[in-house]
Design a protein around this ligand. Structure first.
Ligand SMILES: Cc1ncc(COP(=O)(O)O)c(C=O)c1O
Length: 351
């Protein structure tokens, strides 16, 4: 395995990866290796058919890409040709701003609510005649919150028809809340809605780079034509198809993740952290001004987590033992995360 220097001596809880491939996927990759001197199927046609069956969409509505980040880049390139603005929540997946700029558009970041939920009214208020795309991450990275059906339907009804809405559902498989709508179902009857999903998270294929997108067929066709030839490698296609066949193992993994994130949340709350319920394979700790110091405390003990200075930290689930160790390390950092008395005294003086 190719490890970076950092991976070989720390526990990486900063990238929302899954601990392993699903059963049998590694065997398929090893068995297929003799064919890798050939180019892959450029249109990933078999995988596309499988995904269409899996999502009950016509294959014409399906686009496969080299991860959902690549698909997002493609959507933004197509939708923002000639400039424009891209609206998304802040904090959220950090690539949104970079991908918007790469597409020649202006990123417009809308702060989440104090509870870390996408601010639907704020997002709508940020729309201008120049807005080309609004990205809605549901479940939300990094806070693990969700937008439920009434709010999402309201957002789709109110956003102008000149705006393409991209529902980024990288963590869709990990929400069990019946009030969180399936974006693909929602998008079925709406022309300006696109849904992205990925094999990087619950399928554990982050290193192989494969994701998919559902879009109205005319738009899907444009997006397919905007692809770089042979972009989805043969191993990525083979692994994704093998992984899709592992339905029972995937369901068991998702249920395990849901249980483990609750265990971790409860343990963190016992130590006084205000960790909210999460719908992803990570937990959020809203530490505000102490986020960076907390993250440094964890790194110094070999646990890399993602810090959002001034807001909080996101901790990806690891193995049960790693999660338990992380909670111990977090508990030791409790003194760092108590409200800063000096700040409060200054606030009191200036009030
Ligand atoms: C919300 C969200 N969207 C997209 C991605 C990118 O995933 P992929 O590996 O499919 O490019 C991530 C990765 O962390 C993510 O959190």
């Amino acid at each position: 395995m190719v490890l970076t220097a950092i991976d070989s001596w720390v526990v990486r809880m900063d990238r929302n990866e899954c601990a392993a491939l699903l059963p049998g996927v590694g065997d398929v990759l090893r068995a297929d290796a003799d064919g890798w001197h050939r180019y892959p199927d450029s249109s990933a046609s078999v995988l596309t058919e499988m995904l269409a069956a899996h999502t009950r969409l016509h294959p014409d509505a399906m686009v496969v890409g080299a991860g959902s980040a690549e698909l997002l880049a493609r959507v933004l390139r197509v939708a923002c040709a000639g400039g424009g603005e891209v609206v998304f929540a802040d904090p959220s997946f950090e690539a949104y701003a970079m991908l918007a700029r790469q597409a020649g558009a202006e990123p417009v970041a809308v702060p989440t609510t104090a509870e870390g939920v996408t601010d639907v009214e704020g997002m709508l208020a940020a729309v201008t005649p120049a807005t080309r795309v609004m990205i809605v991450c549901n479940p939300h990275n990094p806070t693990g919150s969700v937008i439920r059906r009434p709010e999402l339907e309201y957002l789709l009804a109110e956003v102008g028809s000149h705006v393409m809405v991209v529902l980024d559902e990288a963590y869709r498989e990990l929400t069990f809340d019946p009030d969180v709508p399936d974006g693909i179902e929602l998008a079925r009857s709406r022309s300006g809605v696109v849904v992205t999903r990925t094999f990087s998270k619950v399928h554990g294929l982050a290193g192989l780079r494969v994701g998919y997108l559902a879009a109205p067929p005319p738009l899907a066709e444009v997006l397919r034509h905007a692809a770089v030839p042979y972009q989805i490698s043969a191993p990525a296609q083979a692994a994704a198809m093998a992984s899709l066949r592992q339905e029972a193992a995937l369901a068991a993994r998702c249920a395990w993740i849901a249980g483990e994130r609750e265990r971790m949340r409860a343990a963190l709350r016992e130590h006084g952290f205000q960790t909210p319920h999460s719908h992803g394979n990570f937990v959020w700790i809203p530490l505000r001004h102490t986020a960076e110091a907390f993250a440094q405390h964890c790194v110094a003990r070999g646990f890399v987590i993602r810090s959002y200075p001034g807001a909080g930290v996101r901790v990806s689930l690891g193995t049960p033992a790693e999660n338990t160790d992380f909670v111990q390390i977090a508990a030791q950092a409790r003194r760092l995360t108590r409200p800063d008395r000096r700040v409060h005294q200054q606030d009191a003086k200036s009030a």
